[in-house]
Design a protein around this ligand. Sequence first.
Ligand code: TK8
Length: 354
Amino acid sequence: MKKFKRTFSTILLGSMAFVLAACGSSDTTTDGNSGSAASEPEATEQVKIIRAGIGLNDEHPQFKGLLKFAELVEERTEGAIVVEAYHSGQLGDDRSMMEALQLGTQEVTVPSTAPIANFISEFSVFDFPFLFPSSEVADAVLDGEVGQKFLGKLENQNLVGLAYWENGFRDLTNSKRAVASMEDFKGLAVRTMENELHLEAFRALGANPTPMAFTELFTALQQGTVDGQENPVATIYLQAFHEVQGHVSNTHHIYSPFVFLMSKTFFDGLTAEHQEIVSEAAYEAGLYQRQLNREANAQYLENLIEEGMTFTEITPEARAEMVEAIQPVLDKYAERIGAELVQEVYDAIEAAKQ
Ligand code: TK8
């Protein structure tokens, strides 16, 4: 499997930088990210390399968004910055890739907000079940003042949040039975993301949740270590979960944003012009990714049914029962995050619904 995709300019520049470096001092590195050029009269313009990793595979809109980011950055910096895009967890899982950004051994990753909450607890608010009524409202809140306020909280973790992308509304799949209401959750061993709120919410529904990195999920489903998982339809189909799961329900229990994260050390080392270019590219690639993601999430439920999965519709009454059962968990986390900040999010949602 191709490790990552590089554009022609990347390869050409890479070799040019290599030739220049070979003519220059021995301790000049080609990636411009480390090492220090000897005091040459005019130091060559070192190509900076962004190592960008995600957990989903190369068919997913998240990776297509990453390739769009790479294209925009390489074009607008005229090759001064190039992007190596890695998929399928080749650089690690969400948590380990975020740690790599903090250490400066990787420059970009795009996790869901759920694992981010382990670094900054306030991010849990975006994983409140049934918080966002639609992706349009989510866009307005996340791209607006409140969403940007949360991105600012990343800086003291040596992370820069450049944009929100979209994972989407999460649906439950499992290998045991059709899930139509809370009754059917009882005892179901469900893999959740590594996030305390997700665990407590699924316990409140009567399930038996297990936190697990996404990179281990397919094998765990295949071996029956867990009965089920929950992800947007695009992920369920493109990661071939239909091969190991027989049932899918449109629980739509959480809208998951992705956050485009960059190492703050790397970002701070860029010129003001390049900081603006990578910021704009992350945002524009995010608009493109959201569009592809919505098309995929609208299209692939049909494919899952064609592949033999049994689809169960969750009725408004059944969903209301789930909302009621989970409410005590939300009350607990609202207090933990800070009632004022949570209210700001609720107010922004109400304003966006007008
Ligand atoms: C992929 C994950 C995935 C997420 C999960 O790295 O862990 O279930 O929804 O998209 O970030």
